[in-house]
Write a protein that binds this ligand. Structure first.
Ligand SMILES: Nc1nc2c(c(=O)[nH]1)N[C@H]1C(S)=C(S)[C@@H](COP(=O)(O)OP(=O)(O)OC[C@H]3O[C@@H](n4cnc5c(N)ncnc54)[C@H](O)[C@@H]3O)O[C@H]1N2
Ligand code: MOO
Length: 505
């Protein structure tokens, strides 16, 4: 473990209020299983099923090489060693640079036209302009009386009775012209009759003379409670910009403005590959093996960011299976978990080299998660991202390699996967929010830290409180969090304003 990682662990331990335990010995054997296909993460087959073969571990991690990388000192590496291939710490992008690079690495997927009720969660591929004035006619804002001129008023066409319904919302007949001194009962949303000067609310009206006369202690102002045509927009006005994420409110507005279908960017298709022979998918951790925390987390997380997750597959530490799947993927974006480092069964980097993938980001100055990577798969390794019904040109799929430590994986989702997904979806990202830290957060000497926080208080100024249990292998903090605070190198004192990344739900 490098000095920086030790710092992370020490911070996490201090946060959890416990002392450093003796680390268990590293397992000597790694199981290699055949490819296991599972399109439904909830329908996991027992991981123990099927034949297993065993292979002995190769060389252990070399903490000295990592330490040299961290400090920028020369490590004694050959040109071919994995550590030699990885850029030195000082050359790695900062957290902000990595996000920008991920955002720049892909262009928006092609646009398509979908029925309005199928567009939720997509991105607008063109501005939405009003197809009608809104309101499209002068409308009563209240239940009451349409009145013409100052009162008292004669109830128009009244044949007596308080229970005459008058003009209702949706009445297809043109409302009758009101003469000065006349009134007619009207419902909220009904068309205003020509000649109306105001709407008198029912609760302010006195009806006398067997329903023939109407008076009020306080006459309504001209125009009161009339929503005039075009108040919200005129036909052709731009209501929403291209690049906006389609929310339920957007659906409502588009329907009100006359749309039956929308031009949208199709949602990026994502495939999740969970790597690691040590992972169990049911029951309690046992025999040195642990539960897969990322299979259940990554797909839904990508979904919340706007991707359609076509499969979550558990591949174990099987280099050949990984090669096969990456060669044949039909996704726009593949997300792998684990295997980003240079351990004996970390097959991701060798497989990317074998495929001829282009490494776009390889290590980021962020904790946890610094071994995360982003690559563009070669076009020939990508069977084509287009569902048959669309006119996609062949595109290169991207791969985001999330580190195996669960909070580090989440850091990779926030740092690389989210900006890449937004770029593919043509979605304009809102500027990240700022908030005031409620407590000190110790920093990494040279890297940004992402720290789970909860919002507190109800003032205008957002305040966030760092959570405990925020070590790289822990999810306990983030599972209770509202956001991640972006803590700059060196740390941040209480009362400091920091950037916060809201969790995507
Ligand atoms: N010599 C070095 N060793 C390590 C370095 C380094 O720079 N030099 N970095 C450390 C850091 S930091 C991280 S993070 C990990 C990244 O390793 P990998 O991405 O190769 O991940 P694995 O080795 O496969 O797993 C790491 C850790 O996470 C657990 N894991 C993996 N997948 C899951 C999952 N789906 N659910 C729950 N837990 C998972 C795995 O069992 C390991 O404990 O490398 C360090 N080492
Ligand atoms: O500490 Mo590692 O940074 O868990 O990514």
């Amino acid at each position: 473990m490098s000095g920086a990682d030790e710092l992370d662990e020490a911070i996490a331990l201090a946060n959890s209020g416990r002392t450093r335990p003796t680390p268990p010995p590293a397992p000597r054997l790694k199981r290699i299983r055949r490819i296991e296909w599972n399109d439904d993460p909830r329908r996991s087959s027992e991981d123990d099923a099927g034949e297993s073969v065993y292979a002995s571990d190769g060389a252990p991690y070399d903490p000295d090489a990592e330490e040299a990388e961290e400090t920028g000192e020369d490590a004694q590496e050959t040109a071919e060693s994995p550590a030699a291939r990885r850029p030195r710490a000082a050359a790695l992008p900062t957290w902000e640079e990595a996000r920008e690079q991920a955002a720049r690495s892909a262009s928006a997927l092609p646009a398509t036209t979908l029925p309005l009720d199928h567009t939720l969660g997509h991105t607008l591929a063109a501005p939405v302009c009003a197809l009608t004035d809104l309101p499209s006619f002068d409308t009563s804002a209240m239940d009451g009386w349409a009145v013409a001129g100052p009162g008292p008023w004669a109830v128009a066409g009244a044949d007596g009775g308080d229970d005459a319904v008058g003009i209702l919302a949706g009445d297809t007949a043109e409302p009758p012209q009101l003469a000065d001194g006349e009134a007619v009962r009207i419902a909220t949303g009904a068309r205003i009759p020509p000649g109306t000067s105001a709407v008198l609310r029912a609760e302010n009206a006195d009806v006398t003379g067997k329903g023939r006369r109407l008076r009020t202690p306080e006459a309504p102002q001209p125009g009161a409670d009339i929503r005039s045509r075009g108040q919200e927009c005129r036909t052709g006005d731009e209501l929403l910009p291209e690049g906006l994420h389609i929310t339920p409110a957007v659906l409502g507005l588009c329907a009100a403005a006359g749309y039956d279908e929308l031009r949208v960017v199709r949602r990026p298709r994502a495939e999740v590959l969970v790597l690691g022979d040590e992972l169990l998918h049911r029951g309690l951790p046992r025999d040195g093996r642990i539960r897969d925390a990322l299979g259940p987390m990554v797909g839904p997380w990508l979904n919340a960011l706007g991707a359609d997750v076509i499969a979550t597959r558990r591949l174990g530490d099987d280099a050949e299976a990984l090669y096969e799947v990456l060669s044949a993927t039909t996704a726009d974006m593949v997300v792998t978990t684990g295997s980003t480092a240079s351990g004996p069964v970390d097959h991701l980097q060798p497989t990317l080299r074998r495929l001829g993938a282009e490494l776009l980001v390889h290590g980021v100055r962020v904790r946890p998660g610094h071994p995360m990577l982003l690559a563009a798969l070669p076009a020939q390794a990508h069977a084509g991202s287009a569902p048959p019904s669309t006119s996609d040109a062949p595109r290169r799929a991207h791969l985001v390699g999330l580190p195996g430590n669960p909070l580090a994986a989440l850091s990779g989702l926030v740092t690389l996967a989210a900006p890449l997904l937004y770029a593919l979806a043509g979605r304009v990202e809102r500027p990240l929010a700022q908030a005031t830290l409620g407590a000190e957060v110790s920093g990494h000497p040279s890297d940004t830290r992402l720290v789970p926080v909860v919002r507190e208080g109800s003032g205008l100024r957002a305040r966030v409180q760092p959570l405990r249990y925020a070590g790289p292998a822990m999810l306990r903090g983030v599972a209770a969090a509202d956001a991640l605070a972006v803590v700059p190198p060196g740390g941040a004192a209480p009362g400091t304003d920091v950037t916060v990344v809201d969790l995507p739900w």
